[in-house]
Ligand binder design. Sequence first.
Ligand SMILES: [Zn+2]
Length: 338
Amino acid sequence: MKKRYLVIFFIAVIIIILGIILISNKNSKEQIIKVDDSEPPQLIINGKDKKMVPIGTENIQDSATATDNIDGDITDKILVEGNVDTNNIGTYELIYRVSDNAGNTTEKKQEIIVCNPLGEEGLPVLMYHFFYDENKEKGKGKDNNWIDISDFEEQIKYLSENNFYFPTWKEVEEYIDGKTILPEKSIVLTFDDGDASFFELAVPVLQKYNIDGTSFVITSWYGYRAQEKQKNVNYESHSDNMHQGGRDGKGVMLSWDYEKIVEDLNKSNETLGGNATIFCYPFGQYNESSIEALKETGYKLAFTTKAGRVKVGANKYTLPRVRISKTTTLSQFKNMVN
Ligand SMILES: [Zn+2]
């Protein structure tokens, strides 16, 4: 008798275990279906995240496409929200939104800048070097590469109050290529050498007005400055160690072997975190092989000390700048940037 009960008991246990396995299998299948359902659709806008539009443009909306893992092509479900007044200068936002049948939504934003386009006169890229404080140490005896910090602040305040636009380097490159317009009051600020006076005096002014500038760093001298990653400062290359005179009295970038120049440019880029794409020639000096070496090492734009503005179609490796110095008055400055 006892044996029979034992057999019945075991059979019952086996049936219960099988039942549990069956139920848990069913649950896990349902879970897989739920995971599939929770995937949001893919939304692609066929335009830039930030788009410059000339005032008065009529149709500014870009086409877009949407696909879903379950529903397939759902492009016809895309909705675009936001009001852009193309007859008024300003910065606007469009929101592209799409939902699949299960209710998963994908949303993308596009910034629209309605502006008067910069004219044929081109983009001023300002060139600064060193700073001093007239109240503490007199500027007397300092050369034209220096500027009193209160004059600098006056200039930055003017740019801030008059709503100047500060394009990114990518936008500058696209402007040269004719792939984007820039607002008429566009300007770029550059600071050569990465000197201590720039960081101590000028950077706090940039931060006060929340305006970005580019520090062209001589990385073997001041590379540690770039590691500090200060707000409102972009770091680009002024060579690793080519900011020195050779035997002929000219910068060594003109006399070093090609391979040595390439090595220097790579090293400078490495110190800057591998993201450097803009170069400033030491002493503004360059030749054909400097340009070749820059192209080989991935630099996209290079600046000289030649006077002028950056124009559409310009040679990207011999770009001019506008020099600001100790003797530049505010009214001269206004002429230089307008
Ligand atoms: Zn320099």
